[in-house]
Design a protein around this ligand. Structure first.
Ligand SMILES: [Zn+2]
Length: 450
């Protein structure tokens, strides 16, 4: 299930004539769709906002889990050979300690796999140009999985009637919405399963047409938090993918809303679970020390100061958002300060701040070294992770910042086993919540003996 607000708010979107879209509100908490709308089916996705207008999204809709495809003609022996190849495109360390992004292409023929790899690198460059991805880029691995399509391009591009024979059945005009780029989820999952431990999945369509979709239901079997679809050759489509990771990694709510849509005039439910929408005013947040009160009045990267701006979580009133125009409302904008904090928390849920290079399962003796590797941060101020060493719980200040320590340097007393531990901690000023701050460190330890 999605987060509480998104699971109780459903927009049934029906196509009218030539692609006009009717937004029909379902009362919060109601399971039955409004009369006349199709029964919910398949999976829930977020629809990106229109290309012009800036809105990050335009609601959620149930779409079929299956894709739309020409009758597949089957791969030749040579194509089968190329299909399913896994490449670690960005290697920042072991999968267990990094956030692993899996990129799969659709609508690339065997001859176009080189282009797919270029497109994957380009799309990752677009993502990591945005904070806090830029600072934390070395916490990520990027894997590509080659999916060979019989035909180049995807269905629904350039026009609605176009169908192509592609590996993942990607198609624009999903549920009648031109910019909604859906995929065949079981087919995507079959390729995801070839890569080790995906945390996040991006499906790139070999297209320049604006579009995307956010599949933000975590997959408990494969372990990923969500799938974003994007057009490889459309930069704005990359912004949709970043917005979607705001949901999947940051657990952030949408900050856009629907003026003039029945049912969305005023939110009257309980306080929301997400860190970026609230029923509270700024004064009330301060008084009760809740939600984003630690950021109130600060200058936010997306412009303006953090406050409680009316409207958010699809409602025009009754819910507030931290800033006027963060990426959770407007594509191409940065995350707000509370949004950055939530994203960093999400990164650290999957990534560790240090990796033990010396195995921790045996006792180290005088001549042995305890070695670690620590990812470099790429923040503008040059700040790095703080590395601290401890012997039997007492800090060894002289070793601070080192990535290896020789047991002979520890002046151990003989006759017993000691415990050597090392901690790498992210003391970023972008996190103010002590609970999140406490999650930004990793500790490993060894038994040591003279
Ligand atoms: Zn959204």
């Amino acid at each position: 299930m999605g987060s509480p607000i998104r699971s109780t708010v459903r927009l049934a979107v029906a196509a009218l004539g030539a692609g006009a879209v009717l937004l029909a509100a379902v009362p919060a908490g109601a399971d039955a769709p409004p009369p006349g709308s199709p029964a919910p089916h398949g999976v829930e996705v977020e629809i990106p906002g229109p290309e012009q207008g800036g809105e990050a999204g335009s609601g959620h809709i149930h779409v079929p889990a299956a894709g739309r495809n020409k009758v597949p003609t089957g791969l030749s022996a040579a194509e089968r050979e190329a299909d399913g190849e896994v490449t670690k495109t960005v290697d920042n360390g072991p999968t267990a300690d990094r956030l692993d992004v899996v990129v799969i292409g659709d609508g690339y023929t065997a001859a176009e796999l080189g282009k797919f790899h270029d497109d994957a690198r380009q799309k990752w460059a677009e993502v990591t140009a945005v904070e806090p991805y830029a600072t934390y880029r070395n916490l990520f691995n990027v894997w590509t999985v080659d999916a060979v399509s019989r035909e180049s391009g995807v269905s629904g591009d350039p026009d609605r009637a176009t169908t192509r024979d592609t590996a993942l059945g990607s198609y624009f005009w999903c549920e009648g919405v031109e910019r909604l780029l859906c995929v065949d989820q079981p087919k995507v999952d079959a390729y995801v399963a070839k890569a080790p431990a995906a945390d996040l999945v991006i499906v790139l369509s070999n297209s320049t047409k604006y579009g995307g979709a956010g599949y933000n239901e975590p997959n408990p079997t494969l372990g990923y938090e969500g799938i974003s679809t994007a057009s490889a050759g459309n930069a704005k489509s990359g912004q949709v993918a970043i917005h979607e990771t705001g949901h999947s990694l940051g657990k952030l709510a949408d900050e856009y809303f629907y003026p003039g849509t029945p049912g969305y005039e005023k939110y009257t439910g309980p306080e929301t679970a997400e860190p970026n929408t609230s029923t509270l005013t700024a004064d009330r947040m301060r008084d009760t020390r809740s939600k984003w009160y630690r950021w109130l009045g600060e200058q936010s990267p997306d412009g303006g100061t953090v406050g409680a701006y009316e409207g958010g979580g699809y409602y025009v009133t009754g819910l507030n958002r931290p800033t006027d125009n963060s990426i959770m409302r407007v594509l191409g904008k940065p995350f707000s300060l509370p949004g950055v904090e939530a994203m960093i928390a999400g990164f650290h849920r999957h990534a560790h701040t240090l990796t033990a290079l010396t195995p921790t399962d045996r006792t180290l003796r005088t001549r042995d070294r305890a070695k670690i590797s620590v990812p470099r941060l790429a923040s503008a101020d040059g700040r790095q992770l703080a590395v601290r060493w401890y012997l039997d719980g007492h800090e060894l200040k002289r070793f601070a910042g080192r990535s290896d320590v020789r047991v002979g340097e520890l002046s151990l007393s003989g006759g017993r086993t000691h415990k050597l531990t090392v901690t790498a901690e992210d003391r970023t000023p972008s996190v103010r919540d002590p609970k999140i701050a406490a999650s930004l460190r990793t500790t490993v330890g060894w038994s040591v003996r003279r």
